[in-house]
Write a protein that binds this ligand. Structure first.
Ligand code: SUD
Ligand code: ADP
Length: 269
């Protein structure tokens, strides 16, 4: 079974409240984008995991594909598999790449072994592996709340628009990013503003992580400004960074301008 776990962007990211379990309640719109890994899972005589592409820090047993397999294998006594991951999505980049690999592993294992696990139960498995993870089970634009693992449908389609994503290679840990934040209620209603035309979002739809991270890494704010200067209708940082994205009315290739960085562009789904 071959699947292509894709990245997400956050459109608006409000860190509303610190919870008693140490996590934060957030509100955000999660939107899938085409920047993808490739993941193959096939039955095998012995278990193996192999990755190519970008180096993934941590032990094999920490890899979210391996954790996803082990979690489901424990409940369904599955035979061994061979997992091969081609890592393309930048790591620790605010794009949810590891979470996507985990969710796509759950979906692939479900299909491969015809387990017929319901979507709700697949989401429950995914939540055990990370807050972002459950989003990638359905992989459709959603309004996310609580830990970012509860969803409501969102009335938003950016089909026909184009996105440019720029990852400058600054690795920001999610834990570090959350630790620098003072939670507060947003001054705007994200669900309402997303119904407005894209041009109305600038200066209203905010990612709360930008405040502290733009002070610590001024390069990030410069990239966001460049995206606006090249004609983005809306630009922001995704998640806990360090990837910036710009949404454009027409296709634009900025890989020449951002040649030092990891850049991806494509049509929005
Ligand atoms: C910031 C966001 C926004 O979409 O995305 P990324 O930048 O990671 O892509 C997410 O909230 C990241 O979700 P995810 O990467 O799955 O985080 P987890 O593994 O669940 O948690 C890692 C750590 O982040 C902090 N954390 C995470 C989620 C949350 N709602 N509150 C938190 O405080 C906790 O310190 C936790 O130990
Ligand atoms: N399959 C995977 N791909 C990427 N990172 C993984 C994977 N499995 C575990 N990780 C761990 O998750 C961390 C980053 O997760 P990632 O999803 O890339 O970033 P972010 O949370 O910023 O979106 C890394 O430090 C890495 O060690």
């Amino acid at each position: 079974m071959l699947v292509f776990p894709n990245a997400k962007i956050n459109i608006g990211l409000n860190i509303v409240k610190k919870r008693t379990d140490g996590y934060h309640n957030i509100t955000s719109c999660f939107y899938p984008v085409g920047w993808s890994d490739a993941l193959e899972i096939i039955p095998a005589d012995v278990f193996s995991f192999h990755s190519d592409g970008s180096f993934i820090p941590g032990k094999e047993s920490d890899n979210l594909c391996v954790k996803a397999y082990q979690m489901i294998a424990a409940d369904y006594s599955l035979p061994p598999v061979s997992i091969h991951l081609l890592k393309i999505i930048p790591i620790g980049a605010g794009l949810g790449g590891g979470s996507s690999d985990a969710a796509f592993s759950i979906k692939a294992i479900n299909q491969l072994f015809r387990l017929e696990i319901s979507l709700e139960k697949q989401q429950d498995y995914a939540r055990r592996l990370g807050s972002d993870c459950a989003f990638f089970i359905q992989n459709k634009p959603v309004f996310a709340f609580e830990k970012g693992d509860q969803f409501e449908p969102v009335d938003l389609s950016l089909k026909g628009k184009w996105i440019v994503m720029v990852n400058p290679g600054i690795h920001i840990s999610t834990i570090e990013a959350y630790s620098g934040i003072k939670p507060e209620e947003p001054e705007y209603d994200l669900k309402l503003i997303l119904k407005e035309p894209l041009a109305a979002w600038k200066n209203i739809v905010k990612n709360n992580f930008e405040v502290t991270l733009f002070i610590k890494y001024p390069l990030l704010e410069n990239i966001k400004q460049d995206l606006y200067d090249f004609g983005a209708v809306y630009a922001a940082m995704s998640g806990s960074g360090s990837t910036l994205y710009g949404i454009f009315e027409k296709e634009i290739d900025l890989s020449g301008h951002f040649e030092r960085f990891n850049v991806w562009h494509g049509a929005l789904m």
